[in-house]
Design a protein around this ligand. Structure first.
Ligand code: F6R
Length: 357
């Protein structure tokens, strides 16, 4: 069942090139995005968009919100479902509300969906499990084609959610008659191949994991889209390896968290967004000056000086880097858990599907 892999998590990490290709299949034709499930929606009726989810799906939603806002130029908010449902959200008939859930059964996300419907929003589910409650109860549904995800820690569901959210952003732009960036659409098609290339560096990420073996804490930093990526990297690390991990907006370091950095602390930074990467890189240097050991995930074209352990992701549009960078972060978490002898597929205290509040 594990196709020769030691664990489901590792198998599912390696399935990503295939399932991303499946999720893209039939969706792009000559720079035209096809999401026929949504063809009846008049997107010009919306003046704001909400994305609502829990856990890893929330991190995908944060990325989605960032990209939707950039592409559509309207307010886009991402919220954790358990907050949204009790926070009297600003939802009305001019709101498009998107619910992201691998299982399609998460109690808080389902309750948030029902609330949004009561408030007359148009609702779209992004789900992985066919016929799940959230997919049935939404007005519209888009399915990720990740296949069954067995490991408790979500990997391939996350990256396919990102793919669908990016497709959705450019689809809405297309339907609204906006000029869409054709290069990004073409580059989306090359994601499976790039993920494959990154997976070939698996041994390197296993080496990086050794840096975390004896750590109680790990610090993740990033800005903008990279901040959503590091939140997910930190969640993955803590849930499978039990290393306490926190993610910070890099610009916030000097407002408090840098007090935690001492000799031998491990800092993992993501800097893939060209307009702010250098700022994150100088934040890393500040932590190095206090004795931190760092891992930097950046892109090939970035100029990086005086940083150890720099991993360069292939050069593609910054919007798409969030998909690529997920893979090294997953593998660092995975190998840290393996080195520590953790039950990677079934971390303590966690369930695959959270059907109670
Ligand atoms: C983390 C993880 C959880 C889920 C969350 C939402 O690896 O798997 O954080 O992402 O419980 O689950 P779904 O997507 O099924 O709604």
């Amino acid at each position: 069942k594990k196709d020769g892999y030691d664990t489901f998590m590792l198998k599912e990490i390696h399935e990503q090139p295939h399932v991303i290709a499946e999720t893209l299949r039939g969706r792009i034709n000559h720079n035209h995005i096809i999401l026929d499930e949504l063809k009846d929606i008049d997107f010009s009726q919306f003046n704001k968009i909400y994305l609502v989810a829990c856990g890893t799906a929330y991190h995908a939603s944060m990325c989605g919100a960032h990209i939707l806002k950039k592409v559509l130029d309207i307010p886009v908010l991402s919220e954790v479902a358990s907050e949204f449902r009790y926070d009297d959200p600003f939802v009305d008939e001019k709101t498009l509300a998107i619910f992201v859930s691998q299982s399609g059964e998460t109690a808080d996300t389902l309750a948030a969906l029902r609330l949004a419907k009561e408030k007359k929003a148009t609702t779209i589910a992004i789900a992985n499990v066919l016929g799940s409650t959230i997919s049935r109860d939404s007005d519209y549904v888009l399915y990720t084609c990740a296949g069954p995800e067995i490991a408790v820690a979500s990997t391939k569901a996350y990256t396919t959610q990102l793919v669908l959210l990016i497709l959705l952003a450019y689809y809405i732009a297309q339907q609204l008659g906006k000029d869409i960036n054709k290069q990004i659409i073409q580059q989306l098609m090359s994601i499976p191949q790039h993920v494959d290339t990154i997976l070939k560096d698996e041994n390197l990420f296993a080496q990086y994991a050794k840096m975390l073996e004896n750590q109680h804490d790990a610090y993740f930093i990033g800005r903008n889209l990279d901040y959503a990526s590091v939140l997910e990297g930190a969640l993955k690390l803590k849930e499978v390896s039990y290393v306490h991990a926190d993610a910070y907006v890099a610009g916030e370091l000097k407002h408090g968290p840098i007090a935690l950095i001492e000799n031998d602390s491990v800092v993992i930074a993501v800097a893939t967004q060209p307009h702010i990467a250098q700022k994150t890189i100088s934040n890393i240097q500040e932590t190095m000056a206090r004795g931190a050991r760092v891992i930097l995930l950046t892109t090939q074209n970035m100029e990086v000086k005086n940083v150890q352990n720099v991993y360069e992701l292939p050069d593609i549009d910054p919007t798409l880097q969030t998909i690529l960078v997920a893979v090294p972060l997953q593998l660092i978490a995975y190998y840290t858990a393996c080195i520590k002898g953790c039950d990677v597929d079934k971390p303590r205290n966690l369930a695959k599907s959270v059907t109670v509040e």
